[in-house]
Design a protein around this ligand. Sequence first.
Ligand code: OSB
Ligand code: MG
Length: 369
Amino acid sequence: MKIARVTLRQLRMRLKAPFATSFGSFLDKDFLLVEVTDTEGTSGWGESVAFSAPWYNEETMKTNWHILEDFLIPLLFEEPIPHPEELSARFAPLRRNNMAKSALEGAVWDLYARRTGQPLAAALGGQKEEIEVGISIGIQPSIGDLLRLIEGHVAEGYRRIKVKIKPGWDTEVIREVRRHFPDLPLMADANSAYSLRDADRLKELDEYNLMMIEQPLAFDDIIDHAALQAELSTPICLDESIHSVEDARKAIALGSCKIINIKIGRVGGLTEARRIHDLCADRGIPVWCGGMLESGIGRAHNIAITSLPGFTLPGDTAASFRYWEQDIIDPEVTVENGRIRIPKEPGIGYEPVRKRIDRYTIRSQTYRP
Ligand code: OSB
Ligand code: MG
């Protein structure tokens, strides 16, 4: 593949409802889309999952723009791309900035899949016809609000419910959820809100038969998580702490987690996400695909990677309808009975709708070799 141009767009889309985590709340979502077009006029699309502020990790939409414009896009233009798998090595001399790398790499994967006439899922080696998904629910004003939301999402068919927790919104909340939904596949995500000093409080969660507790301790830690996992019967799942297959290998070796949440953006792209999947499959560590409140384009990439066999637990890829009045892809992502059908069309399998994308675009620029 020879790339003729790359277009970066900054979009702003309003969520249907604010989404609150232990580190902050989202309503307007600013993010970047990447469109790569080859010399034959075929386009591929990627999404950066970096937020507008560095509260999940150190990247932001603006640092992504800078890294893409000044470093990654020039590297893309340097030489033709025989296969998207080769980009991770081409980008490796640049430290981290994984979400920027992933946005561009994802666009090239989509382009490659379209050019070769296969769904992105198949191009990655995925064989599932459909995937099972859960849903992540933000921190609510009251436990009553949370219970009502859970009831609705259970009725919609979601396969498991994830509840965000933080100090002051944890054991009592989980106890009430469990009391109302005794058999619900349930998990909690702390987004790094605790430290080892809270071990006793976290141990109380062992009573509620959670599938896992996600990233209880610091965003950059795997040592304390190992100490905590030794004390907990609930499996720990790492999110923020895992940026690469090497991080995953070390965390597994230390016993820092029993499950890994794979986010394509956090690990630098589809190729690295697949490497982590392969390692975990080899070590008997179940994985699932996390979410970053993506638009349809990022969502489509999540669906494609989840088609790999080691994604045995339901991920956070909920329907477009849950987040957006109108998504920017056609068709939108729909969930039936907690399942999403893997599209059969070439590439990401959902068509980006330019008219809608234009409506949400607040800045754009095109780069050529
Ligand atoms: O930790 O998984 C997370 C949303 C924003 C930032 C971090 C996380 C989340 C979610 C929502 O849990 C996942 C989604 O619905 O896209
Ligand atoms: Mg998380």
